[in-house]
Design a binder for this molecule. Structure first.
Ligand SMILES: Cc1cc2nc3c(=O)[nH]c(=O)nc-3n(C[C@H](O)[C@H](O)[C@H](O)COP(=O)(O)O)c2cc1C
Length: 177
């Protein structure tokens, strides 16, 4: 089964995972913005990865626009955020971004990324400065709030190659079904 990994990455965390996955699975690798969906008939498996941005998924708009061209393939999506990826949070993100039938069809993984303020673009920096000020003024800070505030001072990285193993095993099992 021919495989392709499509991704969209702002500061490099999703790109790192996309690279590791494409190598481990001998899959082609492309930025989702550059892909010609009409020429994808040869692929049996499409893996898409995008970062979480305020509950949205970076790059998902390209997938949604062309979903009718890939919905008959095996689909695996991985989401990458700075948060630990608690089940309730991820469920919420999935419900907000996908239809019931997409949720049934697509296999999802959460691969924790990190946070690198200096690499963000102008708008994202602005948004994050607002968030930083909000967190600084919050009276009772949670452990996540404190972790986020620390991440503004120096980049944090939770993206490790070993995190892809569950996804890779899932693909290997698909092939033997
Ligand atoms: C404006 C903004 C909003 C974000 N929202 C979330 C979020 O809702 N949940 C989360 O886990 N991480 C969030 N993040 C963190 C990114 O998802 C994280 O840095 C991820 O690793 C980015 O991957 P990328 O640089 O490859 O796009 C946000 C970051 C920014 C700048």
């Amino acid at each position: 089964m021919k495989r392709i990994v499509l991704y969209r990455s702002k500061t490099g965390f999703v790109k790192k995972y996309a690279n590791w996955i494409s190598k481990a699975l001998h899959a082609e690798l492309k930025d989702v913005e550059d892909v010609e969906f009409s020429k994808m008939e040869n692929y049996g498996l499409v893996i898409f990865g995008g970062g979480l941005y305020a509950g949205g998924i970076n790059g998902l708009k390209y997938i949604k626009k062309n979903y009718h061209l890939i919905e008959n393939k095996e689909l695996i999506f991985f989401l990458t955020g700075a948060s630990p990826g608690r089940e309730e949070e991820i469920d919420e993100v999935l419900k907000r971004n996908f239809t019931e039938s997409q949720l049934q069809k697509i296999k999802f993984f959460y691969l924790r990324g990190g946070f690198d303020f200096d690499k963000l673009g102008f708008i994202d920096k602005l948004l994050m400065r607002v968030m930083k000020s909000y967190l600084n003024h919050k009276k009772e800070k949670t452990a996540d709030d404190i972790g986020m505030l620390e991440a503004f001072e120096k980049p944090v990285n939770f993206a490790f190659e070993k995190n892809i193993s569950e996804l890779v095993e899932y693909v290997e099992k698909l092939e033997t079904r």
